[in-house]
Ligand binder design. Structure first.
Ligand SMILES: [Zn+2]
Length: 211
């Protein structure tokens, strides 16, 4: 794999390690961390600090009755399903979001395809497929967008993003990502607010896209 040059900002990694990020962002960061040794070491260091803080807390005085109820509850907990493994270009956190199934693409026009993985008040998480050399309609953001490249590459006013790279786009970024020529570009994108498209037709289609 080519060297990753666009990483997750450190304060975002800390929030991820603390478990305070909205789920769509947490999945993108988990997928990047699974591909990136640098960011993984930051998250592991943060987790170690958090664990040490918990260890320092005085143990609660648990009555034997409460303990019995706790163990009964643990016994009743169903066995968790085994974690998904990565498959093809999709790292394990993406396969989790896909529930182990291959993507079921919806055509968006211009050869661009999408699968919504989740969409609620926390934001949305989706996979995007952009044919070689094709551009996504220019758009700005109301909020924050994180885009992780899983296959191929894209370029926009912020630079070139290849496999493992993450683009962090704030509301002030207007961009028109264009896929590279080497392969169709597949990305995982998380947003915390609907995008606003500039051109009339994409704006009319937006409710359909649910992005
Ligand atoms: Zn990184």
């Amino acid at each position: 794999m080519s060297k990753i040059t666009h990483h997750i900002p450190e304060e975002m990694l800390r929030a991820y390690a603390a478990g305070t990020l909205p789920q769509p962002f947490a999945v993108v960061i988990a997928a990047h961390v699974s591909l990136c040794d640098d960011c993984r070491s930051v998250v592991e260091a943060e987790a170690a600090v958090g664990g040490a803080l918990l260890d320092g807390l005085a143990p609660a005085d648990v009555s034997s009755d409460a303990r019995a109820r706790l163990f009964a509850a643990l016994d009743a907990t169903p066995t968790p399903t085994p974690p998904q493994r990565g498959s093809g270009v999709f790292p394990a956190p993406v396969m989790e979001a896909l529930k182990g199934q291959p993507p079921r693409w919806k055509m968006l026009g211009g050869g661009i395809r999408q699968q919504i993985l989740s969409a609620d008040e926390e934001g949305s998480l989706r996979l995007l497929y952009i044919p070689r050399g094709r551009a996504v309609p220019e758009h700005g953001h109301h909020g924050l967008e994180l885009t992780l490249v899983l296959q191929g590459s894209f370029s926009d006013s912020e630079g070139r993003f290849a496999v493992g790279d993450v683009e962090v786009a704030q509301d002030d970024v207007d961009h028109q990502p264009m896929a590279g020529d080497e392969a169709p570009c597949i990305c995982l994108a998380a947003t915390d607010a609907p995008l606003r498209f500039h051109a009339m037709i994409p704006r009319l289609l937006q409710p359909l896209f649910r992005i």
